[in-house]
Design a protein around this ligand. Structure first.
Ligand code: IPD
Ligand code: CA
Length: 255
């Protein structure tokens, strides 16, 4: 996926304006979810692909909020979101939304969860933002314009040593895939400094961007988990590869 291919950017969209809208949507949606969460001692949850794959009313409300804002402000743009149906575009631009990435953390009251919003043109990610309300961190990037946390420029780790690398990873909801992921992490652990599992792929990529981890890998991701984080990590100087390039689910990523 090219990083700065802005050729043919339609709708006279400016990547800085798109970045501002990503921030606005992610901050507003995640803040509403956070306010709702503190008023509930216990949350009602439903499951999706497996018993461990949770969804709450707050995931759906946050995504609906973003969809409504986009359909009134940018009716010609498409939408791909974790909790709803795809909306095709007529403008060439598509918004990729994970209303709450780290839903398990959200349910259990752990802080690493946030809202991820990105906008793409074909395979090019133009702008993205991830807001983590409990951590009070807003990460954002625009293609060719760098990445920042709460307005301060981000620079990723430049380390190339595997032995001293702090490596983030995550695990899928499918138990067969998990046992393969467990076997892989068991092989990797003796070769690196240590492993971290935050519970949010979007946050893991932001941690790559911030140099809080040296690397991150995961199998079985969806495009909404990673779209904003990929651009934020790349714009902070990290190399990020994922495959298949045009897939929506079952993505393997290395950063
Ligand atoms: C999950 C998180 C987790 C990752 C999973 C994702 P969700 O997203 O990003 O860190 O390991 O692969 O599905 O379900 O919390 O939106
Ligand atoms: Ca997710």
């Amino acid at each position: 996926m090219p990083q700065t291919d802005l050729g043919g950017l339609s709708n006279s969209a400016n990547v800085n304006d798109l970045r501002s809208l990503c921030i606005d949507l992610a901050v507003s949606a995640a803040s509403k979810a956070a306010e709702g969460r503190v008023q509930r001692a216990q949350l009602e949850t439903e499951t999706k692909s497996s018993l461990t794959d949770l969804v709450t009313e707050f995931d759906r409300a946050a995504e609906n909020f973003i969809r409504e804002r986009l359909s009134s402000q940018r009716p010609q743009d498409g939408i791909v979101g974790e909790e709803g149906l795809d909306v095709p575009n007529t403008s060439g631009l598509t918004w990729i939304i994970d209303p709450i990435d780290g839903t398990t953390n959200f349910v259990f009251g752990l802080p690493a969860w946030g809202c991820s919003v990105a906008v793409t043109q074909g395979n090019t990610i133009l702008a993205g933002a991830v807001h983590l309300p409990v951590l009070r961190e807003t990460y954002s990037a625009a293609s060719g314009r760098g990445a920042s946390i709460n307005g301060t420029e981000l620079i990723s780790s430049q380390s190339t040593s595997l032995q001293t690398a702090l490596v983030a990873t995550g695990f899928a909801y499918n138990s067969q895939r998990r046992s393969q992921q467990g076997a892989l992490v068991a092989k990797l652990l003796p070769q690196v400094r240590d492993i971290r599992r935050s519970g949010s792929a979007a946050y893991d990529l932001c941690c790559v961007a911030a140099g809080r981890v040296d690397a991150y890998y995961e199998h079985g991701l969806s495009i909404w988990d990673i779209a904003a984080g990929v651009l934020i990590a790349r714009e902070a100087g990290a190399t990020v590869e994922f495959t298949p390039e045009s897939a929506v689910t079952d993505i393997t990523l290395v950063a």
